[in-house]
Design a protein around this ligand. Structure first.
Ligand SMILES: Cc1ncc(COP(=O)(O)OP(=O)(O)O)c(N)n1
Ligand SMILES: Cc1nc(C(=O)O)sc1CCOP(=O)(O)O
Ligand SMILES: [Mg+2]
Length: 361
């Protein structure tokens, strides 16, 4: 590589390729940062994050030396014609943010590796910046996760079936806000593969993705959180492993369990079984009385679960539930999109009713 003092001599072919890589990735990283910055500024009104992102962009601009721009050959770059089908599929802010964090991190990694052939400070700086971007990602999307949990009213818990991915996608198209991957019997390598696919699918639709029982699997696929029952890991242990940015849900069947789960720091609770259900054989129903208790006492988001379907939904909502979780009602539905739309419409309607009731005292 030429000495970078004053105007450089024209680089040879290999060096020119490295310059082009650096030029393209400096642009890519800055563009991605700008997209995220706009959300911090106008969406979150967060001046500290906005400033931090602006500073990162300005640092990248300082590294973007004229000799790198001089090597640019946009018409001769075969990459400019390629677009990924998922680029056209962003359906909400979370998907936009996720895609742009990913883009910035990839660009910084390329700058770090190819920067070693150019300037040590660019390589080391890109590495340090990548870690800052990871931290920002979990701050912004982590906070965002809890916000989305508060907004989410409908929850699909999966059970093993042949067409799981298309069924989940159909439910997501109908507006399901959270999906939990629950499979007690499959081998771990298959679980891992399916969990990864389900996570990608959920994130394409802006839905939260959680894993039943397994903190290790949740970490492995970078799920949004985990759901733990009374005999699974304690919330405290899961929190140590998952940190504050991921969601931890806890099943509860009685007021005592509810109060303990809240005290332990669960982000949401399952309230059930409302009705006996073949999905959880042998577990006695906690009934509508417990739903009523939750409506009066729960201080975290809570999902009524167990035997809920389109026929008894209104009874559950009238008893005070705003959020519901179901397995069979969606997994076994002839048309999961229609059923999901029905659940979404009814729960939204109920929330609007509660909001008006609260504001009029
Ligand atoms: C939303 C939600 N609520 C309750 C449960 C049940 O969890 P658990 O008691 O651990 O039983 P299993 O699902 O592990 O059989 C849940 N999964 N999701
Ligand atoms: C997984 C699960 N947990 C429950 C609890 O009350 O803790 S009830 C349940 C199964 C819910 O399935 P379906 O919607 O098919 O009745
Ligand atoms: Mg469990």
């Amino acid at each position: 590589m030429p000495e970078l003092t004053g105007l450089p001599a024209l680089p040879n072919h290999a060096d020119a390729a490295v310059y082009r890589i650096l030029d393209a990735n400096l642009d890519r990283a800055r563009e991605g940062l700008r997209v995220i910055e706009e959300w911090c500024r106008f969406g979150l009104n967060n001046s500290a994050q906005t400033e931090q992102l602006k500073h990162l962009r300005q640092t990248l601009a300082q590294w973007h030396a004229p000799e790198l721009r001089l090597c640019r050959d946009t018409p001769g770059d075969p990459g400019t014609a390629l677009t990924h089908s998922q680029e056209a599929e962003r359906t909400n802010v979370t998907a936009v943010l996720q895609a742009n964090f990913c883009r910035v991190q990839e660009a910084l990694r390329a700058l770090e590796e190819y920067g070693k052939l150019y300037r040590d400070d660019l390589a080391a700086g890109s590495k340090a910046m990548r870690y800052q971007v990871y931290a920002l990602e979990s701050e912004i999307l982590g906070g965002h996760r809890l916000q989305r949990l508060r907004q989410g009213l409908t929850y699909l818990v999966t059970s093993p079936c042949d067409r799981l991915l298309p069924i989940v996608e159909a439910a997501l198209q109908g507006g399901i806000a959270l999906v939990q991957y629950r499979d007690k019997d499959t081998d771990d390598y298959l679980r891992l593969e399916l969990a990864q696919k389900l996570k990608d699918l959920c994130h394409r639709y802006g839905a939260l993705f959680l894993i039943n029982d397994r903190v290790d699997l949740a970490l492995a696929v970078e799920a949004d959180g985990v759901h733990l029952g009374q005999t699974d890991l304690p919330v405290f242990t899961a929190r140590q492993l998952l940190g504050n940015q991921r969601i931890i849900g806890r099943s509860t069947t009685s007021p005592d369990e509810m109060q303990r789960a809240i005290a332990e720091g669960a982000d949401y609770i399952g309230v059930g079984p409302v009705y006996t259900t073949p999905t959880k054989p042998g577990k006695a129903a906690a009934g509508l009385d417990y739903v009523r208790y939750a409506a009066e006492h729960a201080t975290v988001p809570w999902y009524a679960i167990g035997g809920i379907n389109t026929e008894n939904l209104s009874e559950v909502l009238q008893t005070g539930a705003e959020r519901v979780a179901v397995v069979r009602a969606l997994i076994e539905a002839e048309n999961p999109t229609l059923i999901a739309q029905y659940f979404a419409a009814q729960t939204n309607h109920r929330r609007a009713f509660h909001t008006v009731a609260a504001s009029t005292g």
